[in-house]
Design a protein around this ligand. Structure first.
Ligand SMILES: [Ca+2]
Length: 315
């Protein structure tokens, strides 16, 4: 059994909700807890709670940090967070009525130290909660099995070589989750915790559309229906933003979850990922001995069809 904690900015881009759905459907994954980060974290925690409850799970959920430690941009939200999943009463209800705590740091520390060296922390948003947990609980450095982080890039949006070349470094423009809190990113990347960093280079090639999307509209299972309603809200938001019909979405966080669950083959390289202080862009330096593994491509092409099925049916 793979024990995971999920730290997420669920409720904005739909990929977090899809990644949660995927984790719920993987029979060898046990979700020990969910913490929410960045902006409206209480709303995000209620969304997560409602999805796991609809799936019949009593997963602990805690709201975490709303404000980043340091970012070069104001907190971004879609403005549609909660639509399709939370009622007006849900939004107004106190957290304890929702069985949600407001202490993400302690949820992370308690669950990791209850299962030393067994827990994979899957970080799908800015790293503020993870950084704060590492500051409050330095024992996490030895206690965590690993962190799988969706963030960073190599040469995105240019094309990559199929294998990274020895002795080279690769620069990339910023990635969203690093830009959202560059200080937290730096702290976590330098913490020494074993990490797999899933880059935009690996995920931007995927586009979930067609049958995998359409099936949500016929879904009978309560938690799948809930995520399907959120998906429709996201597609309407994107269609209005770009003033054209948007019928699909990039499943970034789902790929990170598949990596965390060891359910996808990938190409990767060991090294150091630096965050530039002036613009939050990244530089990756290849290094043969490192605690950090950068995932830059799928090794094969099975992920998207596997994901399309797993979002709808447990394995
Ligand atoms: Ca996310």
């Amino acid at each position: 059994m793979k024990r995971v904690l999920i730290d997420t900015d669920i409720g904005s881009d739909i990929d977090d909700a899809l990644a949660l759905l995927l984790a719920i459907h993987l029979k060898d994954v046990e979700i020990l807890g969910i913490t929410t980060v960045y902006g409206p974290t209480e709303l995000r925690a209620k969304i997560a709670r409602k999805i796991v409850a609809a799936a019949g799970l009593n997963t602990p959920v805690a709201a975490g940090a709303s404000e980043p430690m340091l970012s070069l941009m104001p907190v971004w939200t879609a403005g549609t967070e909660g639509e399709g999943v939370l009622t007006k009463d849900d939004i107004e209800a106190p957290l304890d009525e929702f069985n949600v705590s407001d202490d993400a740091t302690n949820l992370i520390i308690d669950q990791v130290m209850a299962h030393p060296k067994e827990v994979t922390l899957v970080a799908l948003g800015a790293l503020t909660n993870v950084a704060k947990a590492l500051q409050s609980g330095p024992q996490l450095v030895g206690g965590l099995k690993e962190i799988v982080f969706m963030g960073g890039g190599l040469t995105y949006p240019q094309s990559l070589p199929t294998a990274l070349l020895d002795g080279q470094s690769y620069r990339a423009r910023h990635s969203h989750n690093i830009l959202c809190d560059m200080a937290a990113a730096r702290l976590v990347l330098q913490s020494g915790v074993p990490m797999r960093v899933v880059t935009n280079d690996a995920t931007c090639r995927y586009w979930l559309e067609g049958r995998a999307i359409d099936r949500f509209r016929q879904a009978k299972v309560p938690h799948v229906r809930l995520v399907g309603r959120m998906l429709d809200v996201w597609l309407r938001y994107r269609s209005a933003l770009f003033n054209e019909p948007i019928r699909g979405t990039c499943p970034h966080d789902c790929f990170a979850m598949a990596v965390a669950a060891n359910r996808v083959s990938y190409k990767s390289a060991l090294g150091v990922l630096n965050v530039e202080p002036d613009d939050a862009s990244t530089e990756f330096l290849l290094k043969k001995e490192s605690h950090l593994e950068l995932v830059f491509a799928e090794d094969g092409d099975a992920f998207l069809s596997w994901l399309g099925e797993r979002l709808h049916t447990p394995d």
